[in-house]
Write a protein that binds this ligand. Sequence first.
Ligand code: CU
Length: 440
Amino acid sequence: MSSRCAQSDPIYLTLPKEKNHNATDLEKLHIIFLQSSTFVVAASWFKGDVMEIIQTALANGGEPNASDAFTINGQPGDLYNCSKPGTFNVLVNYGKRYLLRVINSVMNEEMFFAIAQHNLTVVGMDGAYIKPIETDYIMITPGQTMDILLTANKSPSHYYMAGRAYAGAVYDNTTTTAIVKYIGNYTAPSTPSFPGNLPNFTDIDAVTNFTNRIRALASKDYPVEVPQKVDTRLYITVSMGSIPCVNDSCDGPNGGRLATSLNNMSFVEPAEDILLAYYRKIRGIYTTNFPSVPPDFFNFTSDDLPDNVSTPLKATKVKILEFNSSVEIVFQGTNIGAENHPMHLHGNSFYHVGSGFGNFDNETDPKGYNLIDPPEINTVGVPTNGWAAIRFRADNPGVWFMHCHLERHASWGMDMAFIVKNGATKLTSIRHPPRYLNPC
Ligand SMILES: [Cu+2]
């Protein structure tokens, strides 16, 4: 049986320098979640080719099957049938401190992660320092990276580290584990202790409580440069709609085809690359009128939604940004298929200046923005039926994709692109394409 590795779009790791953390006795460990792996051992895997599963779901317009297992460093762990012999082990020495680099490379799920009886000290996120957070669990979205210090200071024994999903509409409800094993002579328990503080699948409070603690380091060496004034503002609704099918014959809601959207625009991947079309001034590939506000205003998070708000328009629209302009985006989650959405921007990190539940209020909510030490990240979780505000300076000329990092939402159209115009100099302008461009 074969299976394919299902990863999100490429993750570029820019890791903070370690000099701030007296890394003299720091050992480094890399912890990577993968949604499926190279081998299919038991019944609880994606059977067959994961791309085929996704293509079939896309063709039929419905949800793809949830995965059958998560893995830590390629292994599902003890809680799956037949996986025990391959469980990943992390060997530690008592008294040492370790740097865990946790990457959520799961395709469709945000993940909780914890280690039995050990606190985690989160010191970095998406390649930037944060003020250290002592916590007994983390929540990490697909594509996000976290740098975490672990001190091996408990009784030498075996301890589970475990990860499970923060639930979406359809989710894999299994739990992946690895084992932290202290080196030395002691009698190991027959079963390692399990992290009692690993939140349950639907624990929204656990997500909010963890996320709200994240602050940039904001030191002299690592200053915060969040724009205090805004040139371009966008207010973007994030929705999970559907488009009717002939004879209601598709697998989505009411026989329709699932179609996610940003400001009611469900992104259609163009035949020609947007970057090339922009560079070569090819017309008819995209339009530049991505809406800066939702086309219709209603109570976005109400249980009682107006009729006809769940059918988006299919289009390939971009938003043009002036070089070096400051941009604010408020993502507004809606009750059109309410879910948490990890929104991810290419080309720039951004500052996460505020979040809340319900509808964003453009008079009162900005008063609560954190413009002192907001974390600098590249993926932000938009709370279920809530909002998240980000700011960045558009100083990287080019074409930059922005999308939900849940792969299935992105594949249904929860995407758009920015075109950041060139600056005045060669250094602030996009480069020529390479002389030879791969034809595929
Ligand atoms: Cu999403």
